[in-house]
Every structure is written in structure tokens, then in C-alpha cells.
Design a protein around this ligand. Structure first.
Ligand SMILES: *Cc1c(COP(=O)(O)O)cnc(C)c1O
Length: 224
């Protein structure tokens, strides 16, 4: 497994570059977030050795266990928190992350504003939009997104730079990517985190600036 990681990264980077070019977008317009959740530190080290510096983790506790030591040896490493965030983990997330991609409700906006004040650290924030309005999925509903984006930026003064979504698994993701891109454009937000192992090329065609790829780099995860 570990020896496959460098080759997988090379292949994914080539596919990202090809999709970026086909979309007529500039070189490097879509960045790769290597999603290392559930994988051991050794897997992250293998990716670091292959030149990868941007990582995504779902759970704050797992990120806290894996990343501080890696950061010490690789000061240019960047970490995105991409999983649902409980308010009682807001402070840990602010301490650990460079980007928190999953701001999705008013209580969390308040908790992050307070955490940033206490920690004296302001990671960038993305607002997660539940584009498919799936009841089991995190994210602000599309109908509430305009008001929520304004609340986060204006009321709380939060450093919101973009949007994130996870389209419904069994649907064509295209319309979901379009919806997210349109919402970001309307609010002048430059960052669009969308696309995973199965659909990152489509996301790049729709303007993704960050694609979150896990299993295509690190291998299939054990079922949870
Ligand atoms: C796990 C995860 C990914 C990566 O999914 P793969 O299908 O393994 O590429 C991307 N985004 C989020 C939010 C995830 O939880």
C-alpha cells in the first residue's frame, strides 16, 4: 500500500492537470487536497516524500494525533478539516487547521468566532452547502445559504473564503457543482472545494479550486 502512494499521487496529479487544461483553466487552478483520514501517519509520510503538502482530515481528534509532529518536520504542510465539526471541538480545530471547510450552522459560526478570539489564530473558513438537501448530510440548505454567508461574514466577521459541497452519491454531480459555483460567484468568494475520487474531473470543469481525493491516493478505506 505505502509504495503505491507515490504512483497514485503522480497519476491523480496528471488527471487534475489534464482536466484543468481541458477546461481552459490555468495550470494549478485546481489544488489537490489529499484526504488521509483513517490512514496511518506512515501513509501521510509517504505522500509528503512524494511532494504532497496539502492534506484533509475528517476528525479533529485524529488530526490532532497525526499532524502536529508532521508539521514540525514539514513547516509548509497545510491541513484542511473537512468533516462535520462539533461546537465543542471548535477551539481544537482553530488551533490545528489552516482551513476549516465545514462551517454550516449559526451555533458553529459563533463558536468559531469565539475560538479565534481565544486562540489568536484565524484559519480560513469554507461554508459547507448541502446542495442535495439530504437530511442525513451536514451543510447549510441552499435556500438558507445567502443569509448564512452574510451572517458569518458581516455579523461575526469570520474569514470566509469559499464554499464546499458533497453531492448526493447516486446523482449526476454536475448540477450540484453548478449551484455551488453560482452561489460563490454571487458572494464574491474565490474558493470552491468540490470533487472527490469519483468525480473530481467534473468538479474541475465546473470551477473547483480544491478537489478532495482520498481512496484514489491511499487505497480503499475499511467500511465504518
Ligand atoms: C472522505 C472524504 C473525501 C474523500 O473521499 P474519496 O472518495 O475517498 O476520495 C472527500 N471529502 C470529504 C468531506 C470526505 O469526508
Amino acid at each position: 500500500m505505502l509504495e503505491d502512494i507515490a504512483a497514485n499521487l503522480t497519476r491523480i496529479r496528471a488527471r487534475i492537470e489534464a482536466a484543468t487544461q481541458e477546461a481552459g483553466r490555468p495550470h494549478g487552478a485546481a489544488q489537490l487536497v489529499a484526504v488521509s483520514k483513517t490512514n496511518p501517519v506512515e501513509a501521510v509520510e509517504a505522500a509528503l516524500a512524494a511532494g504532497q503538502r496539502l492534506f484533509g482530515e475528517n476528525r479533529v481528534q485524529e488530526a490532532a494525533a497525526k499532524f502536529p509532529a508532521l508539521r514540525a518536520s514539514h513547516p509548509d504542510l497545510r491541513l484542511h478539516i473537512i468533516g462535520p465539526l462539533q461546537t465543542n471541538k471548535a477551539r481544537d480545530a482553530v488551533r490545528l487547521a489552516d482551513v476549516i471547510e465545514t462551517l454550516d450552522r449559526p451555533k458553529l459560526a459563533l463558536a468559531l468566532a469565539e475560538a479565534m478570539q481565544k486562540e489568536g489564530r484565524r484559519p480560513e473558513l469554507l461554508i459547507q452547502v448541502n446542495t442535495g438537501a439530504e437530511p442525513q448530510k451536514a451543510g447549510i440548505l441552499p435556500a438558507e445559504a445567502d443569509a448564512f454567508i452574510t451572517l458569518c461574514r458581516t455579523t461575526h466577521g469570520l474569514p470566509v473564503t469559499g464554499l464546499m459541497c458533497i453531492p448526493p452519491a447516486e446523482e449526476d454531480p454536475g448540477p450540484h457543482f453548478t449551484l455551488l459555483a453560482e452561489l460563490a460567484r454571487r458572494h464574491g468568494l474565490p474558493i470552491l472545494s468540490m470533487g472527490m475520487s469519483g468525480d473530481f474531473e467534473a468538479a474541475i470543469r465546473h470551477g473547483a479550486t480544491h478537489v478532495r481525493v482520498g481512496s484514489a491516493i491511499f487505497g480503499a478505506r475499511a467500511a465504518t
